[in-house]
Design a protein. Sequence first.
Length: 266
Amino acid sequence: MLPTIAALAILQSQDLIINDAEYQAALNAYGNRVASKEIPQNNAELQAQLTRKTASVTLPSPKPLTTKESDLYSAARKATVIFSSFGLCGNCDQFHPNPASGFIISPDGLVITNHHVIADKDASAFAIMTADKKTYPVIEVLASNEAADIALVRVDAKNLPYFPVREAANPGETVYVLSHPSGHFFSFTRGSVSRFMMDRGTPWVEVTADYAGGSSGGPIMDSTGQIIGVVSMTNSLYSGERRTSDLQMVRKIAVPSKAILNLIKK
């Protein structure tokens, strides 16, 4: 018997419901595998590879992830990952996850996150978790740029969903952020490109789409799912000098997509 339209709608809506506790439990279970050394504790190697400036890889030709804006969240979620370190807290013998964000840019396991996310010397291992809770250890840092806060890493996987990367965006353009603010996994926000600016010789893009701690490394995309930036940091603006009250604005400062392309050897 074929499912009714109403039944299909219920199944679809259930697929869009995020259970944060299930993702946290899956991360904790992976931490136990790191603790037992079933998963290699290879962070010393990863930290040594952060000096690599460019990588000899080829990205797929950019094309829209979706042609329907209503399908953007579902399509983008498949290529967005939880990017987590695993390490000891110093108070117990458990290997705890510290989840941030990242995203896939090639079907053969190329993943983008921030330099400050992967540059954690106290961690024992790193891994990504996809929306369907599959986990893949990070096995190599291919290239990184500390000043631009961007890193390209590799996991051992094939045929992964991925984001196309655009060369640039324009101020006023509508953009979306998909990330994991404070463990609220796969949160989707909308805003626009506010401006492009330079700070100490490094280009940045500011957006108005919301994000918070845990969003670092998350994808910023246009309405077709093409990457225009990477979540990096925030800057709170206050009216007074004490910076403890009268919050007026929180700047959302991100890595422009050009920084991703600059990691790849021409």
